[in-house]
Design a protein around this ligand. Structure first.
Ligand code: GLU
Length: 498
């Protein structure tokens, strides 16, 4: 449990610039856990001031992703709240007022040269930092003169007036104090020529006005963290507690995940964007549990945590700064664990869409529940269900004729065995293990065939699959009529092979 028991006001502040990555899901999760643990608020703020990178539909996708994981926000663009608006492009006037305050107090200045270029964060960071600071001569222009130019319509940006001497110390709850020389920092652009602020200014103003107490955000912002400290100091505002969790590494642990790595994973059927996990057959419970442990741990043994347990046990103190390799095998493990922990009814409801999109009619609820009961112990991902259990819903199955031939047997001897088996199975009063197991073994002995070949024929003829749920349960679900039909079809196929 985090020491600060004061209700935390936290925010998840994504930019709608593309699909929502797992990393964002984890950032949101940590924020959410802290809010719920302390009885505070979880706020969704859309940081859309970079209009060039805006992607239509991204906002909807991310909202769906958060809700799929089980996180509802208390304040946000769609649900409103006391501190709105929660979409940054709707807060333009607020930023303008505070930017002007910085200019008037000498902490920022109008720059008339950068506006001619393609301004913005990208331009701003362009390799200049190491050699010399990115500053502008307009820094020394008198404000009255600059105001005239602005009033006259000269394109301009607003830059932070970075002190050229001294140091600044900012504190990250995970890494401790970070101190840098001001002389290594730029006069970063705070407001672009389109009048919209860049992230660095907007985040400070919004976090302050929205009374954010803890800011958990991606560690990609660590390099510009000192600038944020300067902006806070310029306004004279108290900073939230800053928390930058670990970065994600590729599954092999060799380096950061690039866009191309993500694409390669996707091609291999491994999801990396929030909205794909469900489609790929993962349960939100598993993703939440897995994601929480990428960079956080409770102790060195407990691994399984429901959302409720995470809310109880999460703590900032246990976040690790060490980069974490994405272990998808572990995700698969959690997925199996959660699949098995669901009630049969719940699992059936979740599997239904997968059967349906594979073209199976699973309208018979009672049958679906029986099928799900036998699949539950075997499923790794929901997507496997149609392949593993689709045959239960087929009118008819089509085994490959060769598969019906027993090991070290030929078509004739297999046929002889199958015919006798048909008679025996037809005589069983039911298909339970108790009824069938021993007689089938005795039958194999009498026929002089391996028991595996008896079961093998049944499995292939009934399911047309090499792997299937246990045969007795399978037969009970398929039902006598279809069992006999499928055995007869198997016999037919063997006859044709003679
Ligand atoms: N919009 C920023 C991003 O998507 C948010 C960072 C923050 O949480 O402050 O990286």
């Amino acid at each position: 449990m985090t020491e600060r028991i004061k209700p935390a006001r936290v925010r998840f502040a994504p930019s709608p610039t593309g699909r929502t990555h797992l990393g964002s899901g984890r950032t949101a999760l940590y924020n959410y856990l802290l809010a719920r643990q302390t009885g505070g608020q979880f706020i969704l703020r859309i940081e859309d001031t970079d209009q060039k990178r805006y992607v239509e539909g991204a906002e909807e996708e991310l909202m769906q992703g958060l809700r799929w994981l089980g996180m509802e926000w208390d304040e946000g663009p769609d649900v409103g709240g006391e501190y709105g608006p929660y979409r940054q492009t709707e807060r333009r006037e607020i930023y303008a007022k505070y930017a002007r305050q910085l200019v008037e107090q000498g902490y920022a200045y109008y720059c008339f040269c950068a506006a001619k270029e393609d301004d913005g964060e990208q331009e701003d960071l362009k390799g200049k930092r190491q050699q010399h600071r990115d500053v502008c001569l307009d820094r020394d222009v008198d404000l009255t003169e600059a105001d005239q130019k602005v009033a006259g319509g000269t394109p301009h940006v607003i830059r932070f007036r970075m002190p050229s001497e001294g140091t600044i110390t900012v504190t990250d709850a995970v890494r401790g104090d970070i101190t840098v020389e001001n002389s290594t920092l730029d006069d970063t652009i705070l407001v672009r020529s389109d009048g919209l602020p860049v992230y660095h200014l907007a985040v400070v103003i919004d976090d302050h006005l929205m009374k954010i107490t803890h800011a958990i955000r991606t560690s990609e912002w660590l390099p510009t963290f000192p600038l944020h400290g300067h902006i806070y100091a310029a306004f004279g505002w108290e900073e939230p507690m800053w928390i930058h969790p670990s970065i994600f590494l590729k599954p092999d642990g060799k380096g950061k995940m690039s866009k191309r790595d993500s694409e390669a994973l996707m091609e291999a059927g491994i999801p990396i964007f929030l909205s794909d996990f469900g489609k790929f057959g993962y349960l939100p419970e598993a993703v939440v549990n897995w994601a929480a442990l990428i960079g956080w741990s409770y102790d060195d043994k407990t691994e399984e945590f429901s959302m409720a347990e995470l809310i109880e046990k999460f703590s900032i103190e246990k976040l690790s700064p060490a980069p974490a390799a994405l272990n998808f095998t572990k995700l698969d493990h959690f997925n199996g664990v959660y699949i098995r922990s669901l009630s049969v009814e719940d699992l059936a409801a979740r599997l239904k869409p997968f059967f349906e999109s594979a073209g199976y009619d699973v309208g018979n609820e009672e049958k679906l529940l029986r099928v799900v009961r036998v699949l539950q112990v075997r499923l790794g991902k929901l997507t496997e269900a149609p392949e593993m259990g689709g045959f239960f819903f087929e009118e008819d199955v089509s085994p490959a004729p060769e598969s019906l031939i027993g090991k070290k047997m030929d078509a004739a001897s297999s046929l002889e065995m199958a015919r006798a088996l048909e008679v025996l199975v037809g005589e069983f009063p039911d298909f339970s293990m108790d009824t069938m197991n021993q007689p089938l073994r005795d039958f194999a002995k009498e026929m002089g065939v391996k028991v595996g070949n008896v079961f093998g024929f049944l499995r292939d003829a009934l399911t047309a699959q090499r792997v299937s749920p246990p045969i007795f349960e399978t037969m009970e679900i398929i039902g006598r009529e279809k069992v006999m039909e499928r055995i007869a079809k198997g016999i037919d196929l063997l006859e044709k092979m003679l």
